[in-house]
Ligand binder design. Structure first.
Ligand code: SF4
Ligand code: ZN
Ligand code: ZN
Length: 306
């Protein structure tokens, strides 16, 4: 098939716009859309030091590559890559190498923060506890990224969530009746998050997963394609499948869910009593006396006989 915009061979078909695109035109489309999201949501406005969370997978490395391409020439801005090493052998130790390689080739400073230093490495944790690894991993990773943001004096932290991630999470939060989490997961820093947490920006939020993948392949981004051995999301997998089936039957439905999420966000009334306190153990921001990371860590240490 030929590209709908030129004579080159097409690499992807976009059913929502009924277009075939070649590698050049797909790249152009993705870059334009990411650039527009960054501007529209003021993701870098007034900000100088932008952290980029890179795991080494396709989303985060594409994000790093794109941010460097779109913003790299702006001398007022500094991009700093951060990788969290959760301590998962055969997975994260491999993907870290991909992250390191890309950061190095783009000349971007790269920092690695380890679960060993601030939490319990996942491999060790899983020997004692077989349930719900992602909720522990998520709490620890979030805490570490926030700590890194403080140490590296970041004005914002870019997270590589693509359109599919965002709408899956949106639906999951509705299914769990957790409306406040919807507000926390915004393209540009959560509206209910206090200043004690670094603002999170999501430059890829309007790019469907398969377009991120195609972009990475077309631009020779050397990402790690493995899956975490503990990826046991109970709810995310069926939700992902459901949305993919819907998209196949009704092209464009994913964009419509995204737009509906964005309108919900605009009209959400934010509760006023969300004050942030200081965790009595680590001194980090928390909504309760002790932050989630410290509560979990204390509990795990007791269970594991430390
Ligand atoms: Fe952590 Fe779960 Fe992601 Fe694995 S899949 S890295 S356990 S959050
Ligand atoms: Zn073309
Ligand atoms: Zn704490």
């Amino acid at each position: 098939m030929k590209c709908s915009e030129c004579n080159n061979e097409a690499v992807i078909y976009l059913s929502y716009s009924q277009k075939f695109l070649c590698s050049k035109h797909l790249s152009r489309l993705v870059e334009k859309r990411v650039g527009a999201s960054i501007r529209e949501y003021g993701m870098i406005e007034g900000r100088k030091r932008i952290g980029v969370a890179v795991s080494g997978g396709k989303d985060s490395l594409t994000m790093l590559y794109l941010l460097h391409k779109l913003l790299g020439k702006d001398r007022r801005l500094k991009l700093i890559a951060i990788t969290v090493d959760e301590g998962i052998k055969g997975y994260r130790d491999v993907s870290i190498r991909n992250a390191r390689r890309l950061a190095k080739s783009l000349g971007i400073e790269h920092h690695i923060y380890k679960f060993t230093d601030y939490a319990i490495p996942m491999d060790r944790l899983m020997k004692h506890k077989k349930t719900d690894p992602c909720s522990y991993c998520g709490v620890f990773r979030r805490w570490i990224l926030n700590k890194a943001a403080g140490e590296l004096k970041l004005d914002a932290l870019a997270i590589g969530h693509n359109l599919d991630d965002i709408i899956q999470t949106f639906l999951m939060n509705m299914m769990r009746n957790e409306p406040l989490r919807i507000a926390r997961f915004t393209p540009n820093g959560g509206i209910i998050e206090s200043e004690a947490f670094v603002s999170r920006i999501r430059p890829l939020f309007s790019i469907p997963e398969r377009e991120v993948m195609a972009y990475a392949l077309c631009n020779n981004i050397d990402f790690h394609n493995g899956e975490c051995p503990y990826a046991a999301y109970a709810l995310r997998n069926p939700v992902r499948e459901f949305l993919n089936n819907m998209e196949e039957k009704y092209p464009g439905v994913k964009f419509r869910v995204l737009n509906s999420y964005l309108s919900v966000l605009k009209n959400m009334k934010v509760p006023e009593n969300l004050t942030t306190r200081t965790c009595i153990t680590c001194g980090g921001p928390s909504s309760t006396e002790q932050c989630k990371r410290c509560i979990l860590l204390d509990k795990l240490k007791k269970q594991m006989g430390h």
